[in-house]
Design a protein around this ligand. Sequence first.
Ligand code: PBG
Length: 324
Amino acid sequence: MSHPTHRPRRLRRSVALRRLVAETRPTVDGLVLPLFIAPGSGVERPIAAMPGVRQLSVDRAVEECRGVADLGIPAVILFGIPEQKDAMGSSAWAADGIVQRAIVAIKKAVPELIVITDVCLCEYTDHGHCGIVGRGEVQNDPTLELLARQAVSHAQAGADMVAPSDMMDGRVGAIRSALDRAELPQVPIMSYAAKYASAFYGPFREAAGSTPQFGDRRGYQMDPANAREALHEVALDIEQGADIVMVKPALPYLDVIQQVRARFDVPVAAYAVSGEYAMIKAAAAAGMLDEERAMLEAHTAIVRAGASIVLTYFAKELARLLVR
Ligand code: PBG
């Protein structure tokens, strides 16, 4: 038996050696924590399928944001649960809407924290679709103006960044020009550029009360079979003025994250969605896997694939483990 010249195991023999040669070193810098904002005050409503995640009223969200900033997490993304819904989702752009009030309160209390807002109508429409419905279908072009109104209203309330998640064609361009017209050219757009029609959004729809009342979202969100189409979507969004592009979900789409990273030179974000969180939580609760290790491994894989920004419900737990 000859001794092999190459022994990759040499560099795996201790924690210190493994640290020294690690290729991927996730830090808190790229973490974004999603928050669900509910009406009322003193409200902390647990979400059954997402243990540890709660809907928070504005006052409680402010407290949460103080803790988030103390952990060194740079940003939150806000989702609103409005008091009223209608066919157009009109509370989405109300100056005193739930998200608008949360933005004002959070920016006042924790000005250094980046407040990103999800721009989409599904939480605000009574039918639960991401745009206006006509002839049994989500109408693309009439929806654009409403999304633009919502984005401008968030930015006027003080949002640092807007993140359209509706998947209408042309919405990044419509939002960019509306922001520019409103004299808000400095507000960046993080587009959910490659957003798939995914079963992994299940728990979110409970959290945000946004389950479609008929049909599904396959007429606007992407087919999980397609990766080249994701590159086309990303190219279109960058052309229309997206500053950051997102792939969503994250773990089942690492190949897409990797290709977007390789092909484009803007920052790439990935959204580790509600179902990814719920899977780890449920398996850990059943004693089937080690929660902390599974969480870290999944997160490291998403960063390794090429995401420098990760939206994750594990942001606080990760921040306690990762270096600043
Ligand atoms: C709104 C939106 C969804 C998510 C983020 N923004 C739900 C959907 O498209 O049905 C999912 C986030 C998650 O599952 O954590 N359109």
